[in-house]
Design a protein around this ligand. Structure first.
Ligand code: 3EB
Length: 329
C-alpha cells in the first residue's frame, strides 16, 4: 500500500520546478533549491546549493536548476550542504579520495549514516532520489571492487531500518575520472511509492555474484503532488533479470534499456500519459555518442531536457545507462 493516503487535496503542491541552463549563474537566486553543474566547474562562490558533478558534458544543458515556489532556507550542518522549502530538501556531501582509498566500505557507510542522521534531525526522514558519483567505480577486482565496497557500506547503514526494502530511494551510481565520492539527494517529509520493474530482478534481491551485499535502491520512486505525479526513474541499463545483456553491442543495450523504462512506466501506471521532464544518458565511451544519440533523442522527443554525459557504468560489460524524471496528471 502506498504510504501516502487520502485524496489529492491533502498532498502539497509540487514543491519544485526544473530549469536547464547553458552555464551556471554567477549568483543563485533566493528560491533556488539546487544548482547541478555538469563538467568540471570553475571555482564559483561557496553556495551550499551548488552541486558539481565531475563528468564531461557530451550534449545538452550543462546546468540543472531546481527552483522552489516558496521561500528557501539554506545552510551547512554536519558536513552536509543543503537547502529546503518546508516540503523537500536537497543536500550534498563529498567524501575525499583518501578516505575511499583507505576504506571504501567504511567511508560509504559513514557517508550514508551522516545523511540518515542529518535527514532525521532536519525533519525530512524520506530519501526520495539519490545520486552517487564515485571516482574509479570499477577499480579493484572481485569483492574488492570499489562499487561493490560502496554497495556494502550503503547496505550496512540502510538495512538497519526495518522494512527498508519497501522504502528505498531511486538512485544513480556512476563512475567519474576524478577523485572521491559526491552524493546528492532529494528528501521529503513522507516516502514516495517504490516501483520495481517486472523485467528486472529488484536490485536489493540481486544474487551473491554481484557482490557481498545487494544494491539498496528502487527502480523508481513515485511522488504524488496536488498538481500531478512525478516518477523518478533510477539509472537503468541493459539488465534483464539480473544479467547484463548485449555486451559489446551498445545499440542493442540502448534498445533494451528503453524497453526497461517502458516496462517501468507501465508498472507505475499503465493508463497514465507519462511525459519526460528530464532524461540523462551516461556513456562509458564518449565516442559512441554520435551513433546512439539519435535513437535516444527520438525515444524522448517530448522533451528538450536531454543531457548526455560521459560516465562509467558500474558493470564492466555495460556501455550506457539512462535516468529520467517523468510527470503525469
Ligand atoms: C543496475 O541496474 C545498474 O547502486 O545505486 C543503477 C542505478 C545501478 C543505481 C546503485 C546501480 C545503482 O544494477 C547499476
Amino acid at each position: 500500500m502506498s504510504p501516502i493516503h487520502g485524496s489529492s487535496a491533502v498532498y502539497p503542491p509540487r514543491p519544485y520546478a526544473l530549469r536547464l541552463l547553458a552555464a551556471p549563474p554567477a549568483v543563485l537566486g533566493e528560491r533556488v533549491l539546487a544548482c547541478i553543474e555538469h563538467g568540471r566547474a570553475e571555482p564559483g562562490d561557496r553556495d551550499p546549493r551548488r552541486i558539481v558533478v565531475d563528468l564531461p558534458l557530451l550534449s545538452g544543458a550543462a546546468v540543472e536548476v531546481w527552483e522552489s515556489l516558496t521561500p528557501v532556507t539554506r545552510g551547512e550542518r554536519d558536513g552536509i550542504a543543503y537547502a529546503e522549502n518546508g516540503t523537500v530538501l536537497f543536500g550534498q556531501l563529498r567524501i575525499d579520495e583518501a578516505a575511499l582509498v583507505a576504506d571504501t566500505d567504511g567511508a560509504s557507510a559513514a557517508a550514508y549514516a551522516q545523511i540518515e542522521n542529518f535527514l532525521l534531525a532536519a525533519g525530512y526522514p524520506a530519501t526520495l532520489r539519490i545520486w552517487n558519483y564515485i571516482a574509479g567505480i570499477t577499480r579493484g577486482t572481485g569483492d574488492d571492487e570499489r562499487y561493490r565496497q560502496f554497495v556494502l557500506g550503503r547496505y550496512r547503514v540502510l538495512a538497519q531500518r526495518g522494512g527498508f526494502e519497501r522504502e528505498l530511494p531511486a538512485a544513480t551510481a556512476i563512475g567519474t575520472a576524478g577523485e572521491g565520492l559526491t552524493i546528492y539527494f532529494l528528501a521529503g517529509r513522507v516516502p514516495g511509492a517504490q516501483v520495481e520493474n517486472p523485467r528486472q530482478t529488484s536490485a536489493f534481491r540481486y544474487p551473491r555474484e554481484y557482490g557481498p551485499r545487494s544494491p539498496s535502491f528502487s527502480r523508481a520512486n513515485l511522488l504524488r503532488w496536488r498538481d500531478g505525479r512525478d516518477l523518478f526513474v533510477s539509472g537503468t541499463a541493459s539488465i534483464v533479470g539480473h544479467q547484463s545483456l548485449h555486451v559489446g553491442n551498445p545499440a542493442a543495450q540502448l534498445d533494451e534499456t528503453l524497453a526497461n523504462i517502458a516496462a517501468l512506466l507501465r508498472e507505475a501506471d499503465a493508463s497514465a500519459r507519462w511525459r519526460p521532464q528530464l532524461v540523462k544518458l551516461y556513456l562509458r565511451d564518449p565516442a559512441q555518442r554520435a551513433a546512439l544519440q539519435p535513437r535516444f533523442a527520438a525515444a524522448f522527443a517530448d522533451t528538450e531536457a536531454q543531457i548526455v554525459l560521459g560516465g562509467e557504468i558500474c558493470r564492466e560489460g555495460l556501455d550506457l545507462e539512462i535516468e529520467a524524471l517523468f510527470r503525469a496528471e
